[in-house]
Write a protein of this length. Structure first.
Lengths: 119, 295
């Protein structure tokens, strides 16, 4: 079991600690990876492939992450605010970063339910 | 890989759950808008259907003292030609590319019988299987009256044939006083799919193609009609309507057994179709037959 997400291609290799990975956003055939130090890194890997890597490399620890619709993978540790009506989800560690993202009402409602059930 | 791309924008999926690669949290069906639209639609349809049925039932009740009578033909006496022997006139025709053979029994009266009719019985000139047999209990499907005795009940098929005082009446009804009359007057009664009612084709559920037979009221006479090729029930019924048949119900089709005896001068010829089946399921196999009129 790894505590890093490792992304590799013919030219480079990237390792991102699970606790540093905030979210991944789809950009077509590319994906933008956002880390808690505020960095954004674009990789030539589709979001589905990154989800598969998270699943395979983190195994059950992967359930730290949630796929939201077609466009987002979010680290649930950093979910700070959800407002389905406004289609808004805010990711923050309440200290160093704050990302405000948009997703569908239905998906956010499901995520809200999920967190409520964890109580 | 395709599993990981299989997600909709209104869904979420917790990554890394045990057995499955991922778990999609889909909304329960009762929380989806289309469920409620469909539910409201179904309720509206049910209410409309109930109102419509109630109105029809009220109208029908006004015309009949016994149950719901929809339509039935006037009683039709057998075709009698004086000084001619009992026989069956056979003619072929084609409507809408449906090849058909029309059998007109002459100087013969109809009745029902249980079991395979004996072709050696020279009083019989025409025989067709009448009511269907249920596959589950091998009983006759739908109401069946044999010489006044009710052998089977039920109305799974709306079409009916009543034979009272040797006259045939065809019709389509959930219930009909002719059933009771058949029991009172030692008549006969069976049910089948309605095919034509007052000159208009009646749609039925079976969609497969098979050899088809029908009992028809045509030009004021009772005839039976067989398709020469396998046809859908729809095409066969439409061809009957286009032929000018006023009323018709189905007779058992496919490889059902039957025969017809034609007479010309001193010679007679018997033509058979279908096959006899001897297994237990066909103990209640039943026929409409025409027998020489001895009146």
């Amino acid at each position: 079991m790894s505590d890093h997400l490792t992304l590799s291609n013919a030219n480079e290799l990237i390792r991102i600690p699970a606790e540093s990975l905030v979210y991944v956003a789809s950009e077509g055939n590319y994906s933008d990876i956002y880390t808690r130090n505020g960095e954004k890194r674009t990789v030539t890997i589709q979001l589905g492939a990154i989800e598969e890597l998270i699943h395979k490399q983190f195994h059950t620890d992967g359930n730290l992450f949630v796929r939201i619709g077609k466009s987002l993978i979010v680290n649930m540790e950093f979910v700070h605010y959800i407002n389905p009506a406004k289609r808004q989800i805010v990711l923050s560690d309440s200290h160093t970063f704050k990302f405000s993202l948009e997703a569908s009402k239905e998906a956010l409602r499901e995520l809200k339910n999920y967190f409520e059930k964890q109580l | 890989m395709s599993d990981y791309n299989d997600i909709k924008d209104n869904e979420i999926r917790i990554i890394g759950n045990a057995d499955q690669p991922t778990e999609t949290l889909r909304k329960p069906f009762y929380r989806k808008w289309w469920f409620w639209v469909a539910l409201v639609g179904l309720i509206a349809l049910a209410v409309a259907n109930w109102l419509l049925t109630r109105n029809i039932n009220r109208k029908m009740a006004a015309t009949s003292e016994v149950g719901i009578v929809e339509k039935e033909s006037a009683p039709i006496a057998p075709t009698i030609v004086q000084a001619e022997p009992a026989t069956v006139l056979v003619r072929d025709t084609s409507v809408n590319d449906v090849q058909m053979r029309i059998y007109t029994p002459v100087n013969a009266v109809p009745e029902l019988c249980i079991g395979y009719p004996d072709p050696k019985d020279n009083t019989l000139v025409l025989a067709f299987q009448a009511a269907d047999i249920r596959a589950d209990n091998h009983e006759i499907l739908g109401a069946f009256v044999l010489k006044g005795e009710m052998l089977s009940r039920g109305r799974s098929k709306k079409g009916f044939c009543a034979i009272i005082d040797g006259k045939i009446q065809l019709g389509m009804a959930e219930s009909t006083p002719l059933l009771e009359e058949a029991t009172e007057k030692e008549g006969y009664f069976f049910r089948q799919y309605p095919l034509v009612l007052e000159g208009k084709m009646v749609e039925n559920k079976p969609k497969n193609k098979a050899l088809r037979h029908a009992l028809c009221e045509w030009n004021g006479s009772i005839v039976t009609v067989s398709s020469m090729e396998k046809e859908s029930l729809h095409d066969f019924a439409q061809a009957l309507a286009d032929l000018g048949v006023q009323n018709a119900i189905y007779l058992v089709g496919a490889d059902s057994y039957g025969f017809c005896r034609t007479q010309s001068n001193e010679t007679s010829e018997t033509v058979f179709w279908g096959e006899k089946k001897n297994d237990k399921m066909f103990e209640k196999v039943n026929f409409i037959v025409w027998r020489i009129n001895e009146m």
